[in-house]
Design a protein around this ligand. Structure first.
Ligand SMILES: [Zn+2]
Length: 259
């Protein structure tokens, strides 16, 4: 057997292992990041090809910039994000996690993403560390609107009360919502398997979640295109590949196991 054949069968073994681990698990928590949404056309913020290569986040995504000049932040960043988020659709990675919830395995998704695609796929318990660009909220009365329904004929768009709308997302200089923190800690403390999908988990507080999972005795299974700081340290194993493809293969294998 050649090198390719051996690599292929090593991958098959990992897919089987993940399917068996998921079949045996009772409470699964998923931690997701930008990597799961790339196949839906959502550009990452950080890294190569990321939005922060084109924009200085301190100029367009810092709370001080938003407060100082909301028109500018809307024109430079939020309009473009609205267009991206309005048209994006869940891919097989999101759909696979939704299927795991339907199967009664997956309880909670903790995400660093701001695109609302987990909810669009059908997951019902999604903790958003960085809030969401799929919602806007009034700076005055805090009423929330679906971004899709916000009319951009006037910038900045306004609430019925006259207040300016802003993304319901966490800007630089703002705190991670405390509720997201304690709810995720709670979910992780109860899980027996954590799926880490599409994130290298180097940004806090997401980076702590796999560590907490490990401390509670949960298995940590990574699905990422490349090795990450978790690999070989915190995660039990890494399945290297695109989130959608790997999720499809695991679910197919689970169907097979279930028959
Ligand atoms: Zn208002």
């Amino acid at each position: 057997m050649g090198v390719w054949g051996r690599e292929h069968s090593a991958m098959d073994e990992l897919i089987k292992k993940a399917a068996a681990d998921l079949a045996a698990a009772r409470k699964v928590v998923a931690l997701t990041g930008a990597g799961i949404s790339i196949e839906s056309g959502i550009p990452p913020f950080r890294g190569k090809g990321g939005l922060w290569e084109r924009f200085d986040p301190m100029e367009v995504a810092h709370i001080d910039a938003l407060m100082r000049d909301p028109v500018r932040v809307w024109n430079i960043l939020v309009k473009e994000m609205k267009e991206i988020v309005d048209t994006a659709r869940p891919n097989d990675g999101h759909k696979g996690l939704a299927k795991l919830e339907q199967m009664g395995k997956l309880k909670t998704i903790i995400t660093q993403n701001i695109d609302g695609l987990h909810q669009a796929a059908g997951n019902t318990d999604v903790i958003e560390f960085h809030g969401s660009f799929a919602r806007q909220r009034c700076m005055d009365c805090h009423k929330k609107y679906e971004t899709l329904n916000v009319d951009l004929s006037e910038i900045p768009p306004r609430c019925g009360c006259g207040g300016i709308l802003r993304p319901d997302a966490v800007f630089f200089g703002e705190m991670i919502p405390p509720e997201a923190m304690w709810r995720s800690r709670q979910a992780v403390s109860e899980c027996d398997l954590m799926l880490v999908v599409g994130t290298s988990a180097v940004v806090q507080p997401a980076a702590l979640m796999p560590v907490f999972a490990k401390e509670t005795g949960a298995r940590v299974v990574e699905i990422n295109p490349e090795r990450t700081p978790l690999t070989g340290e915190i995660s039990d194993y890494l399945i290297r590949g695109k989130a959608g493809e790997v999720m499809n293969r695991i679910l197919t294998e689970m169907d097979f196991v279930g028959e």
